[in-house]
Design a protein around this ligand. Structure first.
Ligand code: AMP
Ligand code: MG
Length: 394
């Protein structure tokens, strides 16, 4: 059995960056990785903008100005101000070329067609200059950047409808288990609702992988071989849930052997998720994730997430890790490394109740996984613990 660190190193070593890229709609690009440096086609802002509601002035020696008009957001007008003249202006409006400062309305006394300034303005006050945020032609985001909601906002502000991203992986999510029933059907004795496929699919979608085939297999060797065989032909990434442990009805390991998937590792000294398998056939990566729901998701976040980032040459592969103090003692007598569902609160890590690999209730409430290595046995309150931030932490 290998350690968590060895398993992470093997994933890293076997991940081959994908060179292909594709043009996608900006609105469908969330979670994907930029395939090239992004150059700004226009400056932002592209004209001088008022950053406040107030008065655009052409500075002169006195603090009294004559009001000559108004420009609101969206107006194309460009009134010519003489020295000592002002116009009413609003946030986002084009500042006339002849104005050299904007004074906020709260610092002005207004009477009829005059304003008296209560402050001494400086040239450029409250004016966003052309290209202040981004100059036309400059690199605004580097290759390898992961697209987040603010990136989408930036791309839209630049007038871009499409963006060049790393080509999405074709992924198949395969769930195994005779006991599994789809939501919407009634449960017979001994059956449970199937949940891992939706968990994995939504975790993949958050990484920009939406084109996912879903495959359901009963616990039987022939079906497992034929369905996995098909899926191996058609996908870049196979995520199999369940059937990889040592039970009499766990057929995934045997099927992968039959199908000549090369084992890179099987079994990691960790809790949850010990019987994790990682392998490759040709250019297709295969993870067999232990079926207990918390094991499946933990293995996804630690290993699958990293692999996807490395394949897409993301510049910050893997989830962010920080060291934070433990809120209460948490000894580790298990002889395995622990990934514990945890909540960061008041800058401390609180290990949640319900750590069993079969339970999702703590995962749903967690915003982090606390990582405790195998040999870190005593973990007193206050000890600094490696804390892995979850992407959808509450
Ligand atoms: P396995 O890894 O197949 O031995 O499954 C371990 C445990 O996880 C069993 O209690 C299964 O019923 C449960 N399990 C396996 N697959 C799923 C799934 N897709 N959704 C929910 N629970 C599952
Ligand atoms: Mg099973």
């Amino acid at each position: 059995m290998i350690s968590v660190e060895e398993a992470i190193a093997l994933v890293t070593q076997h991940a081959q960056a994908k060179s292909e890229s594709e043009l996608v709609n900006v609105e469908q690009s969330l979670g994907k990785t930029l395939a090239a440096n992004l150059f700004a086609p226009i400056s932002l802002p592209s004209f001088r903008q008022s950053s406040m509601d107030g008065y655009a002035i052409h500075l002169h020696d006195s603090n009294s100005y004559t009001l000559t008009g108004e420009v609101k957001a969206g107006d194309a007008s460009n009134p010519r101000l003489q020295s000592g003249e002002a116009i009413r202006i609003f946030t986002g409006a084009k500042v006339p070329d002849s104005a050299n400062a904007v004074v906020i309305q709260e610092r002005v006394k207004k009477s009829a067609d005059k304003i008296i300034l209560e402050i001494q303005p400086k040239i450029g006050d409250n004016i966003r200059q052309i290209g202040e945020q981004i100059a036309e032609g400059s690199t605004c985001l580097p290759k390898g950047h992961r697209i987040n909601p603010s990136t989408i906002g930036l791309l839209q502000s630049l007038g871009l409808a499409e963006v060049q991203v790393k080509k999405s992986l074709r992924a198949a999510v395969v769930v195994t288990g005779n006991e599994l029933v789809e939501v919407g059907q009634s449960l017979e004795e001994g059956q449970i609702y199937e949940s891992n496929s939706a968990v994995i699919a939504s975790a993949l979608a958050a990484k920009g992988i939406q084109d996912i085939s879903q495959i359901k297999i009963k616990d039987n060797l022939e079906d497992t071989i034929s369905q996995l065989g098909d899926a191996l032909e058609r996908n870049d990434l196979l995520l199999i849930s369940g059937g990889i442990s040592v039970g009499d009805y766990d057929f995934v390991g045997k099927a992968l052997q039959e199908l000549k998937v090369d084992e890179i590792f099987y079994k990691v000294l960790q809790k949850p998720g010990k019987p994790l398998f990682f392998g490759k056939r040709g250019n297709t990566y295969v993870f067999a994730l232990p079926g207990n729901p918390a094991s499946t998701l933990t293995c996804f976040y630690i290993y699958v997430n990293l692999l996807i980032d490395l394949i897409s040459e993301n510049s910050d592969p893997g989830l962010l890790r920080v060291k934070l103090p433990l809120a209460a003692d948490y000894p580790n007598p298990f002889g395995r490394a622990l990934f514990l569902k945890a909540k960061i609160q008041n800058s401390q890590v609180h290990i949640l109740d319900h750590q069993a690999s079969s339970t999702m209730i703590s995962f749903a409430q967690a915003n982090a996984l606390a990582y405790i290595p195998t040999d870190q046995k005593e973990n007193p309150a206050g000890a600094l613990i490696e804390t892995i931030l979850l992407p959808y932490g509450s």
